[in-house]
Design a protein around this ligand. Structure first.
Ligand SMILES: Nc1nc2c(ncn2[C@@H]2O[C@H](COP(=O)(O)OP(=O)(O)OP(=O)(O)O)[C@@H](O)[C@H]2O)c(=O)[nH]1
Ligand SMILES: [Mg+2]
Length: 464
C-alpha cells in the first residue's frame, strides 16, 4: 500500500554535488602540492566516511520503520459514499485510542456546528426559492416573521462561508461538507477552535469579546445568539409543510442536527461521543490514519487505517492502496430503497453489490481478509418499521417476510454467494450487522474484530 512507502521511504539522502570520485580525482591542472594533497585526502576521506555512515543510518532507520509497519495492523475501509467508513474509523479511535479521539474534540465541535448551519442554510434556500416562485393565481405570501429570521441569520451564514473558505474545496456538487485531503483542515480548525467559556458572567462577557477578536471563525457565540430563531424556523408548521410538499426529508440527511439545536447552539456546547460519530465530512481522495492502541493487552500495537472517498468519481483512487493490504472492512448499508447521491439512477444496494464483486475478484486482494459490515442497521430497522416493502424495490425478494432478520439473510446470501464464487483463493466470509452511530455496541463489536484481525496476523506471522 502506498502509505507504507510514505512512512518508511528513507528521507531523501542528500548527496553533495561533488561526488566522492570527483573529490579524489580532480583534473591534474588543479592538483595542489603534495602536503596539501595529503591534507585534502584526509578530510575527503573523513567526509566520505561521514556520508557513508549517514547513508547506513538512514537505511537502518528505514528498515526499522518497515519492520515496525510490518508488525502493525493495517485496515482498508471500502464502500460507497455515506456507507459509514469515516464513522467506523471514529469508532476505532474511540475504542482503541480514546486519548487521541478526545484531542480532536474541538475540531469535531466546529464540524458539528457547520453541519447544523448547513441544514439551516438548506432550509433558508428552500424558503427563498418558494418566495421567489411566481404563481400568478396565488403568489406565495411570505411570513414576515420568517423573513425577519432569515435576515437575522445572515451573520451565521457569513461565518460559515469564512470557515469553508479555509478548509473546503469547491462544494458546489454536494450538499455535504467536504474538506481538502490531508490533515491540514484539522490543524486549521484546531487553531480556530473555541476555548471553554469561563464560568463567571463578567469573565464570560470579557472572553467572548476577546474570542471574537482572536477567533473570527468560531461560530459558537453567533449560534448561541441565534438559537431561538433557529428553533422557530425548524418548528414552523409552514416550513414543515413546505418541506413535505417538496419531498425534502432533512432527518434522513447526513449530518442532521436540527433536533439538537437547544444543546448544540449553546455557548457551553461540548460534543458527546455520539455527536462526533454523527458529524459528517465527505472524504475526498484517500486519507491515511495512524494510531497506537492505548490500553489492554494489545497496548502499543500500531494501527494504520486507510479511509477512502466512496463516491463514484473517487473509486479509481483506491487501486494503489490495494497492494499488500491485510484486512478490508467493506461497508454496505442495506438501503434497498435509496439511490446514490451522485447518481439518482443507481440503487444503493445494487451499487454495493457491484463494488463487492469487484473487490472479491481482484487478484491483488486475493490474500486479504474481507469483513463485510451491513452498516446503518438502525436505518434499515426504521425503514421496515415504516412499512417500506423490499419487494417494491427488489422484485426477486418476492413474498418473504418484510422483517429485518429475513431481509438481512436474503442480502447476506447474495454477498456470500459472490464472495465464494469470485474470490481467487478461499477465504472466510465474515459478516456483521452494525450501526456506526451506536458507539457502545460498536466498541464490543470492534473488540471482536480486533481479535479476528490479530489472529489472522499471528497466523501470517506478522505480529510475532
Ligand atoms: N443512522 C446511521 N447513520 C450513520 C451510520 N453510520 C454512519 N452514519 C452517518 O452517515 C453519514 C455518512 O457517514 P460517513 O462515515 O461520513 O460515510 P463515508 O462512507 O465515510 O462517506 P464518504 O466519505 O463520502 O465516502 C454520517 O452523517 C454518519 O453519521 C449508521 O449506522 N446509522
Ligand atoms: Mg468518509
Amino acid at each position: 500500500m502506498p502509505h507504507k512507502d510514505r512512512g518508511i521511504k528513507p528521507a531523501p539522502i542528500e548527496i553533495p554535488n561533488h561526488t566522492l570520485s570527483e573529490t579524489r580525482f580532480s583534473p591534474t591542472s588543479f592538483l595542489p602540492d603534495v602536503n596539501e594533497m595529503a591534507f585534502e585526502d584526509e578530510s575527503g576521506m573523513e567526509e566520505s566516511q561521514r556520508i557513508s555512515r549517514e547513508i547506513d543510518e538512514r537505511i537502518l532507520e528505514s528498515k526499522r520503520a518497515l519492520d515496525k509497519k510490518k508488525k502493525s495492523v493495517q485496515i482498508l475501509l471500502l464502500g460507497q459514499s455515506e456507507s459509514g467508513k469515516s464513522s467506523v474509523l471514529k469508532n476505532f479511535l474511540l475504542t482503541f485510542a480514546p486519548k487521541q479521539f478526545h484531542r480532536e474534540r474541538a475540531i469535531w465541535k466546529t464540524v458539528i456546528q457547520l453541519n447544523l448551519i448547513g441544514s439551516i442554510k438548506k432550509l433558508l434556500e428552500i424558503l427563498q426559492e418558494e418566495w421567489e416562485t411566481v404563481d400568478v393565481d396565488s403568489p406565495p405570501q411570505p411570513n414576515n416573521n420568517l423573513r425577519r429570521i432569515r435576515l437575522g441569520l445572515t451573520p451565521l451564514l457569513f461565518i460559515e462561508t469564512n470557515i469553508m473558505k479555509l478548509i473546503s474545496p469547491d462544494t458546489r456538487f454536494s450538499h455535504d461538507l467536504c474538506v481538502r485531503s490531508g490533515g491540514d483542515w484539522k490543524a486549521t480548525l484546531m487553531a480556530h477552535a473555541s476555548i471553554p467559556q469561563p464560568s463567571s458572567p463578567v469573565d464570560r462577557k470579557r472572553t467572548s469579546h476577546r474570542d471574537h477578536g482572536n477567533k473570527p471563525i468560531d461560530p459558537t457565540s453567533v449560534l448561541a445568539a441565534s438559537k431561538d430563531d433557529i428553533i422557530v424556523l425548524w418548528k414552523d408548521q409552514s416550513v414543515r409543510n413546505l418541506l413535505s410538499r417538496r419531498g425534502v426529508r432533512m432527518e434522513e440527511m447526513s449530518g442532521f442536527f436540527l433536533n439538537d439545536i437547544d444543546r448544540i447552539a449553546s455557548a457551553h456546547y461540548e460534543p458527546t461521543n455520539a455527536d462526533i460519530v454523527r458529524a459528517r465530512i465527505r472524504t475526498l481522495g484517500v486519507e491515511e490514519h495512524h494510531f497506537v492502541i492505548e490500553k489492554g493487552i494489545d497496548k502499543g500495537i500500531e494501527v494504520y487505517i486507510t479511509d477512502v472517498g466512496g463516491s463514484q468519481t473517487q473509486r479509481a483512487r483506491w487501486i494503489p492502496y490495494f497492494e499488500d493490504v491485510q484486512t478490508i472492512l467493506f461497508l454496505a448499508p442495506l438501503a434497498f430503497n435509496q439511490m446514490l447521491e451522485e447518481d439518482q439512477n443507481v440503487n444503493r444496494v445494487e451499487d454495493s453489490l457491484m463494488l463487492w464483486k469487484e473487490i472479491c475478484r481482484t487478484k491483488l486482494l486475493a490474500k486479504a481478509v474481507i469483513l463485510l459490515f451491513f452498516n446503518k442497521r438502525d436505518v434499515l430497522q426504521a425503514t421496515l418499521a415504516a412499512g417500506v416493502q423490499v419487494k417494491r424495490y427488489v422484485p426477486s425478494y418476492g413474498d418473504l417476510p418484510n422483517e429485518i432478520t429475513h431481509v438481512t439473510k436474503y442480502f447476506s446470501d447474495k454477498f456470500k454467494g459472490y464472495h465464494r464464487k469470485l474470490s481467487p483463493l478461499t477465504r472466510p466470509f465474515l459478516c456483521h450487522e452494525t450501526s456506526a452511530i451506536d458507539t457502545e455496541s460498536m466498541e464490543s463489536l470492534l473488540m471482536g474484530v480486533r481479535e479476528t484481525i490479530l489472529r489472522i496476523n499471528l497466523q501470517e506471522g506478522i505480529l510475532l
